[in-house]
Structure formats: C-alpha cells, structure tokens
Design a protein. Sequence first.
Length: 116
Amino acid sequence: MGNSPLGTFLPLILLVVVFYFLLIRPQRKRQQEALQMQNSLTPGARVMTTTGLFATVAAVEDDDVVLELAPGVETRWVKASIGRVLTPVDSEPEADTPLTDGHDTGDGDDTSTKQS
C-alpha cells in the first residue's frame, strides 16, 4: 500500500498550523492588548465598560477600579470589565458650520413632532 504515515498526518498538521495563525495567535494578541490597557488605567481616564457603561476612573486598587458615573455616584468594578479607554475629541464643530450635509431630506415637515 502506498500510503505513508506522513501523508496521512500532513492534512491534520496543516489544519493545526492554519488554526494557529488564523485564530489562536490573533486572540492571544487581543488578550495581551486588553490586559495592557487595563493595567495602564489611571484616575481621570474616561472609559467604557464591556456592558456599554461610560464613566470616569476615580481610583485604581489592585484588581478593582472605582468608576464615577455621575458627580458623587461611584461604583466598584473589576478591571477586566473595562472594555476600552476613550480618547477625548480634540476639535469641536464650529458654530457656523451646519451639522447636516445640506441636502433637504423631506417635505419640510418635522416628523419628530407630528402627532397622529
């Protein structure tokens, strides 16, 4: 029989290598980046938790972070629950520039205030 042991295991070996480069390696990289971001948290940073809550870091203690949701409202979270650190927007739109692209999208009626 012409089948060699290497010929039967070669597709399996190739499959493992493909899985490593397409799935395992990028996932490890994302985990390391998230861990680095969580360890670099400092008080005053604006963050978003993994559940979508926006807050400001009030204090960092070991594996916990105290987040200030509103003035005087603080909650304690695990560092792993911080999804990302938000960067402040540098430029604000000027008062003279319109917020729309200039195209009329309707017949002039404001549909948000219409009553049925």
